[in-house]
Design a protein around this ligand. Structure first.
Ligand code: ZN
Ligand code: ZN
Length: 185
């Protein structure tokens, strides 16, 4: 359990289980690897690389290293690895440039505002992220045997540019991102 101060002054805490602060984030490559195992005991489910927190006031994202789960407690400290701020999407040409399109090869692609061409194929990859809220995660992951293949798709399609690390959040049925995050210094 931990508390942190957001840059905006808000106090973020994961004391409640589940909470509206933490996210469970896997790349499609990681998820695909986990899915090869069709029966996992809940407490043995592989942890994501980062412990991702979001401030509900200013929408900043904080990605910490994952503390070590011994099965009975979390040990080690949270160290901030990446910090994101949400872009003002109205003033961002990236909104248009990061619109998804289907290329002649049938792959879904988009051009990041940094110029990098990214694609959700081939699958699995490190571009597309599987993101669940802690509330969603709490309903899916039980201490019993779980099958990751039975987990529903996340509520949004999330892509991350490997070059500038911008994060783009899409509705599944739309090609224009509804939210863009960029690294904050
Ligand atoms: Zn904040
Ligand atoms: Zn980029």
């Amino acid at each position: 359990m931990a508390k942190v101060w957001c840059t905006c002054g808000e106090v973020l805490s994961n004391i409640c289980i589940p909470n509206d602060v933490q996210f469970w984030v896997y790349t499609s490559k990681m998820w695909n690897h986990i899915s090869l195992n069709v029966a996992i005991e809940g407490w043995l489910f592989p942890s994501p690389v980062y412990d991702v927190w979001r401030c509900n006031t200013c929408d900043r994202l904080y990605a910490y290293n994952m503390p070590i789960d011994t099965g009975t407690e979390w040990t080690g400290s949270w160290e901030l690895k990446k910090k994101y701020v949400v872009e003002n999407i109205k003033s961002l040409s990236a909104t248009i440039s990061m619109a998804k399109f289907t290329d002649v090869d049938g792959a879904e692609k988009a051009v990041c505002s940094c110029g990098k061409l990214v694609s959700s194929s081939p699958f699995p990859n490190d571009i597309q992220l599987r993101v669940y809220t802690d509330f969603e995660w709490d309903t899916m992951l039980t201490p019993d045997i779980v099958n990751p293949n039975h987990f529903p798709l996340p509520s949004h399609d999330v892509w991350r540019c490997p070059k500038c690390e911008n994060i783009y959040v899409y509705e599944w049925d739309s090609k224009i991102p509804i939210k863009v995050y960029r690294l904050e210094d």
